[in-house]
Design a protein around this ligand. Structure first.
Ligand code: ARG
Length: 583
C-alpha cells in the first residue's frame, strides 16, 4: 500500500496542477501544529514567488481544488499554509485496506534479496557477559525487521572459536595436566570421548590463562604455538578444541534461547579456516597482500583518510591467522554460499576500525562485489544505573545469565505480589514480561548511543517501557475476548477525536518500519509503538467500548482496537518479544 502521506501528497499535487501551478509544490508533511490541523503543506509560499502573487491567493486557489471526500478541512492560513484534516471516510477506507491486506499492506521491498546478519558475537569457552546483550538483541530485531520486508535473512552468530583464546586454553591445560594424551606427539590411539574439564572449569581456565600470559612470556609463547598448532590441524589440539566446542555450544544455545534470539547459522571463525589458504594465495598473486616485518598485510589506507588506517594483518609473523583473516575468509564463504545482497554486522562500536579495514580490503580485492552492500552497525555501551561501566560487586564483569536472572526475579516478585496470574502461569508470564523489559529497555535507545541499565525503570508497568506496551496489548485482548468474534469486523468512521488520533497513528505503521530499516534503528519502532499504545489507552479511557448500546458503534470500536492490537503485536514480534495472556 502507498503511505498515507504519499496518497495525500498526490492529491495535493493534483490540486496545485488543477489551480494552474507546478504540481511539484504539493508536498505534504505531518502537522507541527496538531492543535490546528493534522497535515500541512507550505508549497504555496514557494509557488507564490514563482508566480508573483500573494501566497494566500495561491493557498486559497489550491485549497479550493482539494477533494472534499479526502479532506474534512483544507484551509488557507496566513502567511500561506494549507492546513489539512482528513475526512473520516478516507481514514476509514485506508484502515480497512490495511486491516484486510497481508501484513497490513506493507511494501515487501526485500523480496528476492538475501541478507546475512552477523550478530551475537559469542566466544566459546567464555560465558556470555553483559557486553553480549546489545549485539544479540539489536541484531535479532534487525534480522526480523528485514525478514518482515521480505528479505531472506540469515542470522550468523560467528563464534569466536579460533584465535589465541583457544591456544591459551590448550596451553593452560597442558600446564595443569601434561600427562593427557593430547600432548603426547606419539599418541596414535583414540582420544577420550569425555572432555578433560567441566564447563565451569573451562570458564575458569580461560581467564586464568589470559592473566598468566601477561606475566609469563614463556607461557605466552606456548599459547601462540598452540594456536598455530590448532590452525595447522594438529590432532591433539583439534581434539581439545572439539571438547571445548561440545561443552560451550549447548550453553550458548541455552542463554540465547532465554533471550529468544535464534541463529540460522552457528558458524564460527574456525569455519572460515578452509577458505584462508586460497584467499591468501590469490591476494598475494594479485599484489594486494605484501610482506611487512615478517607479516603478510593488506594495505588499505587511502589518500583522503583523515586519520591513520593501518593495513589489515592477514598472517602474523609467526604464521597465525587473526581476526581480520577469518573475517575476510568468512566473506569469501558467505559470497559463495549465499551470494547475499547485503551483509550487516552488529558489534560494539569500538570495533569500527576493524570493519573499516576489512570492508576496504574486501572491496579492493573484489572478495565482496559492489552489488553487495556492507554495513557495520557499531552499538554503544550499556552502563550501570549510575552511568559508570557495569561491574559486579567484586569488580568483575557481570554474566549475561545473571543479568537476565536479576530482571526475572524482580518481575516475578511483582507478578506474585499483584496476583496477576494463577500459580501455574507465574513463570511463563514472568519470563515474557522480563524479556520485554530487558529488550525494550535496550532497543528504545538509539543503537549507536550508550545507555544506563535501570532495572526498576525498565520493568515499570507505566512509562516508556516494554511492560507498558504488553499491558496495552493485554488490555485490548481482554476487551476482545469479552466481545467475542471480532476478526471480521470492518473499520468504521472515527467517532471522536481520540478515535481519529488512534486511526492516524495506525497509518504510521509502514512508514515507521521503513524508516527504522533505513536507519538500522529499532528505536524508531519503539517510539512508534509507544505513541500508538498511548493513543489506544486514550481511546480506551474516553470511550465506553463494551458499554456502548449501539451495536454498530460498538462493533466499530472493537474493529479499531483489534487492528491496533494486531499492529502492536506485529511490532513486538519484530522487536523480539511476546505478550502474556494476562498481566
Ligand atoms: N567474537 C567477537 C568479539 O567478541 C565478535 C564477532 C563479531 N563478528 C565478526 N564477524 N567479527 O568481539
Amino acid at each position: 500500500m502507498e503511505s498515507i502521506l504519499s496518497v495525500i501528497s498526490a492529491k495535493m499535487r493534483a490540486a496545485f496542477a488543477a489551480a494552474g501551478y507546478d504540481p511539484a509544490y504539493g508536498r505534504v508533511t505531518v502537522s507541527n501544529r496538531p492543535d490546528l490541523c493534522e497535515y500541512q503543506c507550505s508549497g504555496a509560499l514557494a509557488a507564490a514567488k514563482q508566480y508573483h502573487c500573494a501566497p494566500m491567493v495561491v493557498a486559497g486557489n489550491v485549497a479550493a481544488k482539494l477533494p472534499p471526500e479526502t479532506f474534512a478541512m483544507a484551509e488557507a492560513v496566513a502567511p500561506g499554509f494549507i492546513n489539512l484534516k482528513l475526512s473520516g471516510s478516507f481514514l476509514q477506507n485506508y484502515l480497512e485496506e490495511m486491516r484486510t491486506a497481508e501484513d497490513f499492506g506493507v511494501e515487501k521491498s526485500g523480496m528476492g534479496k538475501t541478507i546475512v546478519v552477523d550478530y551475537g558475537g559469542a566466544n566459546v569457552a567464555k560465558p556470555l557477559h553483559i557486553g553480549h546483550l546489545r549485539p544479540a538483541i539489536i541484531g535479532e530485531a534487525l534480522k526480523r525487521l528485514y525478514r518482515f520486508f521480505g528479505w531472506n535473512a540469515i542470522g550468523d552468530v560467528h563464534l569466536g572459536d579460533w584465535g589465541l583464546q583457544m591456544g591459551l586454553i590448550i596451553a593452560e591445560l597442558q600446564l595443569r595436566q601434561p600427562e593427557l594424551p593430547y600432548f603426547d606427539a606419539d599418541f596414535s590411539g583414540e582420544y577420550p570421548a569425555e572432555p578433560p574439564f567441566t564447563l565451569s572449569e573451562l570458564e575458569e581456565i580461560y581467564p586464568t590463562a589470559s592473566a598468566r600470559k601477561k606475566e609469563d612470556p614463556a607461557f605466552a609463547q606456548r599459547a601462540h604455538e598452540a594456536t598455530l598448532a590448532l590452525q595447522r590441524g594438529e590432532r591433539g589440539c583439534r581434539a581439545i578444541w572439539a571438547h571445548i566446542m561440545a561443552l560451550s555450544l549447548p550453553d550458548l544455545h541455552r542463554i540465547y534461547d532465554k533471550l529468544d534470539v535464534h541463529f540460522e547459522a552457528w558458524l564460527g571463525e574456525s569455519d572460515a579456516d578452509p577458505y584462508i589458504p586460497a584467499m591468501i594465495a590469490r591476494l598475494k598473486d594479485e599484489g594486494y597482500a605484501v610482506e611487512s616485518e615478517g607479516a603478510l598485510v593488506f594495505p588499505v589506507a587511502e589518500e583522503t583518510d583523515k586519520k591513520e588506517v593501518p593495513p589489515c594483518i592477514l598472517v602474523k609473523s609467526d604464521g597465525a591467522a587473526i581476526y581480520a583473516t577469518t573475517d575476510l575468509a568468512t566473506m569469501v564463504q558467505r559470497m559463495q554460499d549465499y551470494a547475499p545482497d547485503k551483509i550487516l554486522y552488529v558489534t560494539d562500536k569500538r570495533q569500527a576500525l576493524h570493519f573499516e579495514q576489512i570492508f576496504r580490503a574486501a572491496r579492493k580485492s573484489g572478495i565482496v562485489p559492489t552489488g553487495t552492500e556492507l554495513e557495520h552497525l557499531g552499538h554503544g555501551t550499556m552502563n550501570g544505573k549510575d552511568g559508570k561501566p557495569f561491574k559486579t560487586r567484586d569488580g568483575g564483569v557481570l554474566r549475561l545469565e545473571q543479568l537476565i536472572g536479576e530482571m526475572t526475579d524482580f518481575v516475578r516478585a511483582k507478578v506474585v505480589e499483584n496476583r496477576i496470574v494463577e500459580a501455574d502461569k507465574v513463570e511463563e508470564t514472568t519470563d515474557q514480561i522480563a524479556l520485554a523489559a530487558l529488550k525494550y529497555g535496550d532497543l528504545s535507545n538509539l543503537p549507536t548511543k550508550d545507555y544506563n541499565f535501570d532495572l526498576e525503570r525498565f520493568a515499570a508497568f507505566e512509562g516508556n517501557t516494554g511492560p507498558y506496551i504488553l499491558y496495552t496489548i493485554v488490555r485490548v485482548r481482554s476487551i476482545l475476548a469479552k466481545y467475542g468474534a471480532w476478526e471480521q469486523l470492518p473499520i468504521a468512521e472515527p467517532c471522536s477525536i481520540a478515535a481519529k488520533d488512534l486511526m492516524r497513528s495506525i497509518t504510521g505503521f509502514a512508514p515507521a518500519l521503513e524508516s527504522a530499516l533505513a536507519a538500522s534503528a529499532p528505536s524508531q519502532i519503539c517510539a512508534y509503538i509507544y505513541e500508538l499504545a498511548g493513543n489506544v489507552n486514550k481511546f480506551y479511557h474516553e470511550t465506553p467500548i463494551l458499554r456502548e448500546d449501539d451495536e454498530e458503534k460498538k462493533a466499530g470500536h472493537i474493529a479499531l482496537v483489534g487492528l491496533a492490537k494486531r499492529i502492536l503485536e506485529q511490532c513486538i514480534a519484530i522487536l523480539g518479544f511476546t505478550a502474556p495472556e494476562r498481566m
